[in-house]
Write a protein that binds this ligand. Structure first.
Ligand code: SIN
Ligand code: FE2
Length: 213
């Protein structure tokens, strides 16, 4: 476990100079978020994208907002159109943008207006290798990550590749915000263990809100 500095008055724990963990922050709206994910997936279905190297990612993805993140043979980028449907991604639900803006504000990033929400779906065994979120234009904006469903171990590395990342378990309703000095830290998800979540069954979802443009 990384050293957590608890800011009890504000219900948050520090994971770095620009990083705050808000345990259970999204619990109250968990069901609404899951319903919204279901509606998003009806328009832009979950799919396993391929990395530029041709490997299929183990997490399935969709997204909403003015654009979303895609990967294929041509590389990683944000796209206004869903390559699977040829149409725009579904609009970002007001609940999503409100939640992301509120929690970013509490983490010290006022004025955050996400134009992207990437939705990841992990079935047991799925993982996300260590990477930086660096396809956005302005690193002054943070990344807001909301975890739902099965717990998973978040890997929290440094600004350079290598070394052994800190590990912490993210559970249903937990929200993590990283930005500032920590904006380009390597992070990932260890293979999700099987389990059963009362609300999602054998699945973990993660929403990441970003400002791409
Ligand atoms: C990501 O880094 O895009 C996703 C992290 C997570 O699933 O918690
Ligand atoms: Fe990421």
């Amino acid at each position: 476990m990384p050293d957590l500095f608890s800011d009890l008055a504000n219900n948050r724990e520090s994971l770095g100079p620009g990083t705050w963990l808000f345990r259970g922050y999204a619990l109250d709206v968990g069901d609404q978020l899951l319903e919204a994910i279901g509606r998003i997936a009806e328009v832009s279905p979950f799919r396993r994208m391929k990395t530029p190297g041709g490997r299929e990612m183990s997490a399935a993805m969709t997204g909403c907002g003015a654009r979303s993140w895609v990967t294929d043979r041509r590389g990683y980028r944000y796209s206004e159109l869903d390559p699977e449907t040829g149409r725009h991604w579904p609009a970002m639900p007001a609940l999503f943008s409100r939640l992301a803006a509120d929690v970013a504000d509490r983490a010290g990033y006022p004025g955050f207006g996400p134009d992207v929400c990437l939705v990841n779906r992990y079935q047991p065994g799925a993982r996300m290798g260590l990477h930086q979120d660096r396809d956005e234009q302005d690193y002054r904006w943070p990344v807001v990550s909301v975890s739902l469903g099965l717990p998973a171990t978040f890997l929290w590395g440094g600004l350079r590749r290598g070394g052994s990342p800190a590990r912490l378990v993210l559970e249903h309703g937990d929200v993590l915000v990283w930005g500032g000095e920590d904006r380009l830290r390597y992070h990932g998800i260890a293979p999700v263990p099987d389990g059963r979540c009362k609300v999602t069954g054998h699945v973990r979802y993660n929403l990441t809100f970003r400002r791409a443009l």
